[in-house]
Design a protein around this ligand. Structure first.
Ligand code: IPD
Length: 280
């Protein structure tokens, strides 16, 4: 029983590594860019291709009928984002598409697996850095083969906090995002950072390089794998209002401990977003 999902986990690591190699190679050629929800929400042929490779390999290995798939590009093409109790793979083939387009060197493949709506494992392959982050529930979190742990800093004044501004540029949202960032900077914290990939940001919290990462507007595929990695590294997940974390809510604070999380939550200016699993 304790080795349940081990085979799926190990296969996910292999698939993420292979997908990362495809992304690295594609980055050497001309990248054709299209837009999705707005002019700054970018997508490339590589996003589509890599998602097909990942889902195709998983279906071939584990059978088509028993497992469900939530993939960023399939959902953006109209597939409903339905999260059921069935074994479900949650996939972001290229997390950090804008970075990929610009050659900004943080791009990740993110693959998570949930059963009964509980996340069982997560794999984040930061493919330009060639770092494989992975965690399985109850088995610890690792970067390559080294176990990782969140930082033990409790003093917010000694922290580095990560956040992102996402792709929604409506004046109300931009102003709330930057007002929150100003308030956090003025606490003061040592610094504010953002790698441009939510999955990698969470791994930076997991390995102790940053005390917390929060964002409103992320999607389940950006963070599902990171959630397991942060938890297994000793960190916590909360909603931006301090309540229970909800994978489909598009709101998240991941932190090394509750003291840091609560201090940040005091400053977050919340704005409305449409849930990933909202019926459209
Ligand atoms: C984006 C990145 C970014 C975050 C956005 C995400 P994508 O994912 O994770 O860091 O700020 O909210 O949508 O579109 O590159 O897969």
């Amino acid at each position: 029983m304790c080795d349940q999902w081990k085979e799926e986990f190990e296969y996910a690591v292999q698939v993420a590594r292979a997908a990362g190699a495809v992304i690295r190679k594609a980055g050497e050629c001309e990248i054709k860019v299209q837009t999705k929800s707005c002019a700054v929400d970018l997508v490339t042929q590589t996003d589509d291709r890599v998602e097909k490779i990942i889902i195709g390999s998983l279906k071939e290995q584990f059978g088509e009928g028993t497992h469900c798939f939530i993939g960023e590009e399939s959902v953006s093409k109209g597939k409903p984002c339905v999260f059921t109790d069935k074994p479900t793979w949650i996939i972001d083939p290229v997390d950090g598409t804008t970075n990929f387009v610009h050659g900004f060197p943080f791009v990740a493949v993110s693959i998570a697996f949930a059963v009964n709506k509980k996340l069982e494992f997560g794999v984040v392959y930061s493919c330009i850095e060639d770092k494989m982050y992975k965690a399985r529930k109850g088995h610890g979190a690792f970067c390559d083969d080294e176990q990782i742990q969140v930082s033990d800093v409790k003093d917010i004044n000694k922290s580095i906090i990560i956040s992102e501004h996402g792709t929604d540029r409506s004046p109300e949202k931009v102003s709330k995002i930057f007002s929150t960032m100003q308030k956090i900077l003025r606490i003061p914290v040592h610094g504010l950072r953002g790698s441009g990939t939510a999955a990698t940001n969470m791994c930076l919290v997991a390995c102790g390089a940053s005390e917390a990462f929060f964002e409103i507007g992320i999607h389940c595929w950006d963070i599902a794998a990171g959630v397991v990695i942060v938890r297994e590294a000793g960190g916590i997940l909360l909603d931006v209002d301090g309540g229970e974390f909800d994978l489909m809510s598009r709101r998240m604070v991941s932190a090394n401990n509750k003291t840091i999380a609560d201090r940040i939550i005091k400053e977050i200016e919340i704005f409305e977003v449409v849930r990933d699993d909202a019926e459209i």
